[in-house]
Design a protein around this ligand. Structure first.
Ligand SMILES: C[S@@+](CC[C@H](N)C(=O)[O-])C[C@H]1O[C@@H](n2cnc3c(N)ncnc32)[C@H](O)[C@@H]1O
Length: 424
């Protein structure tokens, strides 16, 4: 492992007992959905909630440092304390779900609403993901090593939300479903040349070229991904049709009949939204189609969310920002002639995708450790996968397929938006 991971700060020296009192008071007041059984470090047991159905989970506080970390930062403290082993639970996704559901319900109380309004007007300068900075951010996450990702992704190494079409399908199958649906939405055929922005380990490029005969140019700014994706394209016998470039999408030239971009948009940050759409507009042929799969934050939360760094941004995806649909369409219309032609919500599938990844990751912990990853890393990743699973399970965040095009596109596929027409 060559990536230097972020340090977890030390807990505050003072303020722990006040934070404990405040926390227990908040749990008493705000936990109504589900049941939370808490065991405090001295052995005292407390029970919260039970007024409305929801998860029933145990929280064992193993160290008072949990409270000192919360005193330091309510936003980061819980995840940081999990990473160092200050608390544990019998059901991590269930605990996160209980937390999200109760915070959402408490959000409507007058005191919290005022606080949230204040958060929305907090001054904030969005960071600029220059090409150099973007490469650093991507290195932090993706250059953890292909061997790590191989341990928990499906065999196509697709690192984005899958789509289950039938009960009982495997993750492998669900990922192929998703890739096929994007090919269908783009109406791909042998005459197409697709640009894939953010191609990961090449799963879409390989799938699209081998099932439709199209050409694909994929770009990534992860060196590890570039090496393995190129090798996988060669092994699939597709080197004549698929090219994988180690290149920032902003520097691309040429014209492509179609553009695909699967969960890359989250990496670019607010300042780059106009550049992203301007670039697609510049590279897409006149009657072209683009399909963008992106995680999204509901619009009513976006203004508050975008102003402060959260745990995922600090420890998992530096420089990232989930867009909202409003922010996407605003940036798109200001910087390009593109518009949203079709939208499909697939978000709830992400809960199952993340559950599969977490179960696979935990089943192969010996191999994770053999790669040089310590207990702290394992717990950070467990918290990442479980908390995101809960966020999608509760539909607190979304995942969408957006099909983009321009007006006056006479080549629009019949299955997307046009009807058969009246009887003659
Ligand atoms: C979550 S991964 C998704 C990979 C792939 N689409 C999949 O579904 O498996 C995000 C991808 O976006 C790429 N990426 C992020 N910023 C980029 C940029 N500025 N230029 C090109 N690729 C970028 C990363 O290198 C990575 O391959």
């Amino acid at each position: 492992m060559t990536v230097q991971l972020r340090e977890i700060p030390k807990p505050r020296v003072l303020g722990g007992s006040l934070a404990q009192r405040v926390l227990l008071r908040l749990l008493e007041r705000w936990v109504t959905i589900g049941v939370l059984h808490v065991r405090l470090p001295g052995g005292e047991e407390r029970r919260f909630g039970g007024h409305a159905p929801g998860p029933s989970v145990r929280l064992d506080v193993l160290s008072d440092d949990l409270f000192r970390r919360l005193a330091r930062s309510w936003k980061m403290g819980l995840g940081e304390a999990y990473a160092v082993g200050d608390w544990r639970t019998d059901d991590l996704p269930g605990f996160c779900e209980l937390l999200f559901r109760n915070v959402e319900s408490a959000r409507r109380s007058p005191g919290l609403e005022r606080w949230m309004r204040l958060q929305r007007s907090r001054p904030h300068l969005p960071a600029s993901n220059t090409m150099r900075r973007a490469r650093g951010h991507i290195r932090y996450h993706y250059d953890l090593g292909n061997d790590l990702y191989r341990l928990f992704l499906d065999e196509s190494m697709t690192y984005s939300c899958a789509v289950w079409e039938h009960a009982g399908e495997t993750l492998e199958r669900a990922q192929q479903n998703k890739l096929r649906r994007i090919c269908e939405k783009l109406q791909l055929g042998p005459d197409d040349h697709v640009l894939e922005i953010g191609c990961g380990w090449g799963s879409f490029a390989i799938h699209a070229a081998s099932t439709t005969g199209c050409r694909v140019t994929g770009v990534t700014i992860s060196q590890e991904q570039h090496a393995l994706a190129t090798e996988r394209v060669r092994a699939a016998g597709l080197s004549d049709r698929v090219e994988i470039l180690f290149q920032d999408y902003r520097t691309l030239q040429g014209t492509f009949s179609k553009v695909a971009s699967i969960e890359m948009f989250e990496a670019i940050g607010l300042k780059q939204y106009p550049t992203y759409f301007r670039t697609i507009d510049r590279l897409l042929a006149p009657n072209g189609l683009a399909c963008v799969q992106t995680i999204a934050m509901p619009d009513h939360r976006f203004d508050r969310y975008r102003r402060t760094e959260d745990w995922i941004q600090r420890y998992i995806f530096p420089g990232s920002l989930l867009p909202s649909l409003g922010a996407i369409t605003q940036a798109m219309t200001r910087s390009s002639e593109l518009h949203v032609h079709d939208l499909e919500e697939i978000g709830v599938n992400y809960a199952d995708t993340l559950r599969e990844w977490r179960v696979r990751f935990l089943a192969r912990l010996d191999e994770v450790r053999a790669l040089g990853y310590d207990e702290r890393f394992v717990r950070i990743w467990e918290f990442y996968l479980a908390s995101c699973e809960a966020a999608f399970r509760t539909r607190s965040i979304r995942d969408v397929h957006l099909v983009l095009t321009r007006s006056f596109n006479d080549a629009l596929p019949p299955s997307l938006g046009s009807v058969a027409g009246p009887a003659a």
